[in-house]
Design a protein around this ligand. Structure first.
Ligand code: 5GP
Length: 233
């Protein structure tokens, strides 16, 4: 009856630091291992303890990053908290064409640039349950100095006010609930009518007519009425 677009969906996920977006996405992938492809960004910031090259980020020097900007390597990039972050162009189109949903985990400025380039991108904002909880999570990470934590908190606070630029907001209080909500949003998006390419009859008109005329389906008086109507058409 309908032919829907087979291409994947471009999904942008943003959240202030400490809202838990990476955990939400990790869990989403765990539950749907074949559906998504998560883009690995490049950054000029130093790796945090435990982070891996090519898994968490591609780590570049400031000069290397600027060279890549000039080469047109990024679909979008930004300067965030004193460091460059950018999404490599390569692979995004290819993965979408193969039907994979592509996830970009990026901050707000980058997200709004993607929205301009790809208006149908699905924009999801992950929100911490409260500012107190956000501070607690930022401190718990223990990967940054107090000064940096305070700076991140201020940025996060500003970012929260930008939530209305997104299509959906999910509060990450209980992880499982948040993941389920993100999953449902993505599923619902697949049913949008603008993903329909064609509406068509999947059965010949004569076959439908025959079906309607079957005795066990329609009683005789109604059949006669249909015959009469058909004659008059
Ligand atoms: P972090 O230093 O905590 O890993 O990342 C800082 C912020 O940069 C996060 O909000 C993260 O989502 C964002 N970010 C990571 N990669 C990219 C990217 O490629 N482009 C943009 N615009 N933001 C990014």
């Amino acid at each position: 009856m309908i032919k829907q677009k087979k291409t994947g969906q471009l999904i942008v996920i943003s959240a202030p630091s400490g809202a838990g977006k990476d955990t939400v996405v990790k869990e989403l992938i765990k539950r749907n291992p074949d559906e998504f492809w998560v883009s690995v960004s490049a950054t000029s910031r130093l790796p945090r303890e435990g982070e891996q090259e090519g898994v968490d980020y591609y780590y570049l020097s400031k000069e290397e990053f600027e060279e890549k900007i000039n080469e047109g390597f990024f679909i979008e990039y930004t300067n965030y908290a004193g460091n460059y972050y950018g999404t490599p162009k390569k692979y995004i189109k290819e993965k979408l064409n193969k039907g994979k949903d592509v996830i970009l985990i990026i901050e707000i400025e980058g997200a709004s640039n993607i929205k301009k380039l790809v208006p149908e991108a699905l924009m999801i904002f992950i929100m911490p349950p409260s500012l107190k909880e956000l501070v607690r999570r930022l401190k718990k990470r223990g990967t940054e100095t107090d000064e940096k934590i305070i700076k991140r908190f201020h940025t996060a606070y500003k970012e929260i006010n930008e939530v209305t630029k997104y299509n959906y907001v999910v509060v990450n209080d209980i992880l499982e609930d948040a993941v389920e909500k993100v999953e449902s949003i993505i599923k619902a998006e697949k049913c949008r009518v603008d993903r329909i390419e064609e509406v068509f009859l999947d059965t010949k008109e004569e076959e439908i007519h025959e079906l309607l005329m079957q005795k066990d389906f329609i009683n005789e008086p109604t059949q006669n009425k249909i015959k009469k109507i058909n004659k008059n058409i």
